[in-house]
Design a protein around this ligand. Structure first.
Ligand code: GDP
Length: 476
């Protein structure tokens, strides 16, 4: 298919419920308008309010983006003589590329939502390979932070101890409680952040932070669940997302469109290995133990989970059995395995070749890449990672590994509630091996639980502790 209707004859919804603007040229980024050829229509529709907010954001980004007068004026305010009058009409958020691709995608979504809530525009650090992975999401402008941005050389110094980061300033009593007279501020929201950094999530700190024209985020966390616990954001958020578990799902489908090169990888895999199957299962195997690699107990866990949950058929007991059903109606199940290591999929493949499945289904196993170890910022490696995340999101069901942001992105893009493989303890497969997620939302793995939000964490019905991290929070 490549026309405007789907196999079922219904018109193809290439703008995804008007989540996407029509303004882009199709060829520059094929994935943007072609995704609907590969995905089933999402059962979750974006609210009209979200759609109109996105359109106004796009206008704001055009007015304030790189190359505009407003951008020039705002960057000049980063010089020595800052006064709040010299800033101009636009305010900004800068995203820095840190940690793996899953982490990066989750923080892009978090910062973008924060930008929507606070009338800022988001610009992204392009010194790494983001431009080889993702297309521009906003029409008629660019989201790439120009390389001559005045703070470029300082971006990598905004760490835990940096005197320009909000938490450190609080710690050093460098901020007065009503005004901040700085043109920029960094926010350190990395897994090892401390109680001062977590003050970002407090209402009164938000009032202060609002005044600063440039915010630079050094973050590797999906912090959206805790934005919902800031009282002044809650009303707006419920209007944007009446279905709370769809936040990342919609933001991801709006923001993340693989470049043509990555889209080629995705569609070639899909057409060769997934498109003809009657059912598609994704299995994401991330091994966090040190050393990582292939372990029998992880293999056992994958089999226990998928067979118990009826995601994969058991093996037929009678050894001699040959399926004598020669008709072509045999069900074909495609299994997409993603892992740094080849053995997990290789074992599965052999198993379903050496013996027949008890249901008579044909099981076909496919793993696109075997990279062996993480090589973030190697362009082709990252492109493969994005292609695999996207392919996982095109399956009907997925099994993911605990606390993996790689899996979170796939489940959110796909609108899938995953089965999460629990973290193994003492080199044994946990019992039960996996749990079905309550919602498709990613987990905020290090949510602030005890500060100004302590009460909200306990009483808010639409946040829960994550299935795979009891001290993490997710939206349901
Ligand atoms: P997380 O560490 O599981 O939360 O996920 P991240 O995506 O942030 O970091 C892991 C990185 O390791 C990925 O971005 C890839 O570079 C690499 N990686 C891990 N698992 C896979 C996989 O299954 N396939 C590919 N191609 N790369 C992987």
């Amino acid at each position: 298919t490549n026309g405007s209707s789907t196999d079922s004859g219904k018109p193809r919804d290439k703008l995804l419920g008007r989540l996407l603007t029509e303004e882009f040229d199709e060829d520059s980024c094929l994935s943007r308008y072609q995704s609907s050829l590969y995905r089933k229509p999402s059962p979750y529709k974006p609210s009209r309010y979200l759609v109109s907010k996105l359109r106004s954001y796009e206008m704001l980004h055009k007015r304030c983006g790189p190359g505009t007068k407003a951008y020039k004026k705002a960057t000049e305010s980063l010089g020595e003589n800052y006064s709040s009058k010299s800033v101009g009409e636009c305010r900004y958020i800068v995203w820095i590329a840190v940690y793996g691709l899953g982490n990066r995608v989750l923080t892009l979504a978090s910062l973008f939502l924060y930008a929507l809530l606070t009338d800022r525009i988001m610009l992204v650090d392009q010194r790494k390979d983001i431009n080889d992975l993702l297309c521009e999401p906003f029409p008629g402008t660019s989201w790439l932070l120009p390389l001559d941005f005045p703070l470029t050389d300082q971006l990598d110094s905004f760490d835990r101890e940096s005197p320009r980061c909000y938490g450190t300033m609080l710690k050093n009593h460098a901020i007065n409680s009503t005004t901040i007279i700085h043109s920029y501020l960094c926010l350190y929201i990395i897994h090892d952040y401390d109680d001062h950094d977590k003050m970002f999530f407090c209402e009164k700190d938000q009032l202060l932070i609002r005044q600063v024209p440039w915010l630079v985020f050094n973050s590797n966390l999906y912090f959206i669940p805790s934005l919902w616990l800031i009282p002044s954001f809650q009303f707006e958020l419920s209007k944007l997302f009446p279905q709370k578990e769809t936040v990342f799902h919609h933001l991801a489908r709006y923001l993340f469109h693989p470049t043509n090169h990555v889209w080629g990888m995705i569609t070639r895999s899909y057409n060769a290995y997934l498109s003809r199957a009657d059912e598609r299962l994704g299995i994401q195997v991330r091994v966090f133990s040190k050393p990582a690699g292939y372990f029998q107990h992880v293999m056992d866990q994958i089999l226990a989970c998928t067979q118990r949950e009826k995601l994969l058929p058991e093996m037929s007991v009678s050894k001699s059995q040959v399926t004598n059903n020669t008709s072509r109606s045999l069900k074909l199940k495609a299994v997409l395995v993603t892992s740094l290591y080849p053995e997990y999929s290789e074992n599965l493949r052999q198993m379903y070749w050496e013996g027949s499945s008890s249901t008579g289904e044909t099981v076909q196993v496919y793993q696109p890449s075997q990279e062996m170890y993480q090589q973030t910022d190697n362009k082709l490696h990252d492109q493969k990672a994005l292609a695999e995340i996207y392919l996982l999101s095109l399956t009907d069901h997925i099994v993911t590994s605990d606390s993996s942001t790689f899996g979170y992105v796939a489940q959110g893009l796909g609108g899938l509630k995953p089965w999460i493989l629990y973290k193994p303890k003492n080199n044994t497969a946990p019992e039960p091996p996996c749990v079905r997620a309550v919602s498709m939302e990613p987990c905020f793995l290090r949510a602030p639980l005890y500060g100004c939000q302590a009460k909200e964490v306990k009483i808010t019905p639409f946040v829960m502790y994550c299935e795979d991290r009891i001290t993490g929070l997710k939206l349901v």
